[in-house]
Design a protein around this ligand. Structure first.
Ligand code: DON
Length: 573
């Protein structure tokens, strides 16, 4: 009987499809059900296939998620040099199989001789290029200290075994994808202008898919780190070469800055969302955790499931929430070691009820009415995220960055790695936007040894007390809103994790007072609906590069790499 009903129903659907075909003269679009990679014993999701493979091999050798994460971080410095790094910084959010959670801050710091006005001229004008390009834009790198600290607390395999695959990769070389070649080609002029030697990424006539590239100096530096741990970077030859690079380019990082750098274990932001979920995310100096929780808790005042994914109503409400959250970010958030961030207050139910209580479904709010600021553009640049879970349920969520594509574009001569341009994440002048159009004030002003405010949001979500999701993305200011939407896509819109990653995203951030829609996110009627509510609409070809893992109800892991937006690869076993 059941079979008969099924056949009848299939026949009905087919008939309907044929009728529709005839009526509209175009085939009915079948909604393809996409799934990520599903595996039981471990999952590695990164932006690059070489890095994912290296991480997977560490898991197969018996390493845990944190061993694999260390290996991936070093691998990305070789195979994904526009964001993977040893000359930058990042954040780890972790959850061990036994439920212990924590976070590690290996964010760059301002050098000891940095000053509040270091990017201003005598008249107080902001010299915007200085915080973005060249040696003065560089913050004291944190990555190697971070990996050493992570290994000491959470690793199981010898440190050398985790760095070695990257030494080999840099030495033996690798083949470029079309995507890699395109990125290398875009920055040829910058590489030539900002470096005092022929860096390996320079190529006359440009790069093509399948070209191979080797990084012999980087291999030597990685071998020093493999053998010396953090001292292989912050002392000795690598430190000498880094400081020489500073001197050659008017940078200010000294040996003392390098030796003083410490990664810091911090209590993560941990908050409940709806009845079942618990969000574990990055605290300051990232704005990510606080802003994400504000957005999710604000979302509880609305019925997003009823509004539907990327509808006029849901985009309108997300924008209104984001407008308020980003205004808070700009005013109240900075490095808590220097500035008293009112975290409990910002996440308190009383505050959030008031903060979101004036959202109207009939009309947008003007950002200028929330608080003043001045913003022009948001550039598209690079960072990278990776998510790893092992067979024991240990989970690592890491976002790491040089800030812009290839950071400051300065490669350390003789050492072969790019330096970050993270100093641009400070508020160089109150009210002046940085490269992501983000404005800041006192909380994020430049001070010696302070960490610049970040948007990076490596996040882990629990459901009913168990590991549920590991997620994060690059994207500067858009990181927070893309992580938020990916979580909402699963929790409110019923998507599986690969659909949630693939889904087109939207973004708004208080200033500029607009909504950015990823191309293809909505149809014209939604754009018109949003305009009718007063919104100004802009678009971008791409938003976010999510790398996510979801633990399925039967305990298996589904790895969702953002393969529609890059070379991103999920590998499990
Ligand atoms: O820490 C931050 O928020 C920025 N430096 C991240 C930069 C970034 O995500 C660029 N990515 N596409």
């Amino acid at each position: 009987m059941k079979r008969f009903t099924f056949l009848l129903f299939t026949f009905f659907l087919l008939a309907l499809a044929t009728t529709n075909c005839r009526m509209s003269e175009k085939p009915v679009e079948k909604k393809e059900v996409v799934r990520g990679v599903i595996a039981k014993n471990g999952m590695v999701v990164t932006a690059n296939p070489y890095a994912s493979e290296i991480g997977l091999q560490i898991l197969k050798k018996g390493g845990n998620a944190f061993d694999a994460a260390i290996a991936v971080q070093f691998a990305l410095a070789v195979c994904y040099p526009r964001a993977g790094n040893i000359g930058g910084g990042g954040f780890l959010v972790y959850r061990k199989g036994d439920g212990e959670v924590g976070s590690l801050d290996f964010r760059e710091k301002a050098p000891k001789s940095a000053t509040k006005d270091m990017y201003l001229d005598k008249e107080g004008n902001y010299l915007t290029d200085l915080s973005k390009r060249g040696a003065l834009a560089v913050g004291v790198p944190g990555t190697v200290a971070g990996m050493a600290a992570m290994h000491e607390k959470l690793g199981t395999l010898p440190f050398a075994d985790l760095v070695n695959p990257s030494v080999d990769l840099a030495q033996n070389g690798l083949q470029l994808s079309e995507y890699d070649a395109g990125r290398f080609n875009t920055y040829q002029e910058d590489f030539a202008e900002l470096n005092r030697f022929e860096i390996p990424l320079l190529k006359e006539g440009g790069w093509s898919k399948g070209d191979s590239i080797k990084y012999p100096n980087l291999a030597t530096t990685l071998a020093l780190i493999r053998d010396g741990g953090r001292d292989g970077f912050y002392k000795g030859k690598t430190a000498d070469l880094l400081v020489a690079e500073m001197k050659a380019g008017n940078g200010i990082i000294t040996h003392e800055d390098l030796e003083a750098y410490q990664a810091v274990w911090r209590d993560p932001v941990v908050e409940n969302y709806q009845e079942d979920y618990r969000i574990i995310s990055m605290p300051p100096p990232s704005s990510g955790g606080i802003a994400l929780v504000q957005l999710l808790e604000g979302s509880e005042f609305f019925d997003f499931t009823a509004m539907g994914h990327n509808s006029v109503e849901s985009i309108h409400v997300m924008t209104e929430l984001q407008r308020r959250v980003y205004a808070d970010r700009s005013t109240y958030l900075g490095d808590m070691d220097f500035y008293d961030v009112p975290m409990d207050w910002l996440l308190g139910a009383d505050y959030l009820t008031k903060r979101f209580g004036d959202i109207s479904m009939k009309q947008k709010t003007n950002s200028q009415d929330i608080k003043e600021g001045k913003v022009e553009v948001i550039e598209s640049v690079e960072t990278t995220h990776f998510s790893i879970v092992d067979k024991d349920g240990n989970a690592a969520s890491i976002t790491t960055t040089l800030n812009g594509n290839f950071g400051s574009k300065v490669m350390v001569k003789g050492a072969g790695f790019f330096l970050n341009n993270e100093m641009d994440d400070f508020s160089a002048k109150p009210g002046e936007p940085n490269m992501f159009g983000l404005v800041g004030a006192e909380a994020n002003k430049i001070e010696p040894e302070k960490r610049m405010l970040s948007s990076m949001t490596p996040t882990i979500v629990e459901k009913n007390g168990e590991l549920f999701m590991v997620v994060g993305t690059p994207g500067g200011a858009t990181i927070i809103t893309c992580v938020y939407q990916t979580i909402m896509n699963v929790t409110a819109h019923g998507m599986n994790i690969q659909e949630a990653v693939n889904a087109k995203k939207t973004h708004s951030q208080w200033l500029p007072d607009n909504i950015i829609l990823e191309e293809g996110a909505v149809d014209d009627s939604v754009v018109e609906g949003l305009k009718a509510l007063g919104h100004e609409i802009d678009s971008r070809p791409s938003l976010g590069r999510m790398e996510a893992i979801l633990r399925l109800p039967d305990g298996r892991l589904e790895g969702a790499a953002d393969y529609t937006r890059g070379d991103d690869t999920a590998l499990g076993f």
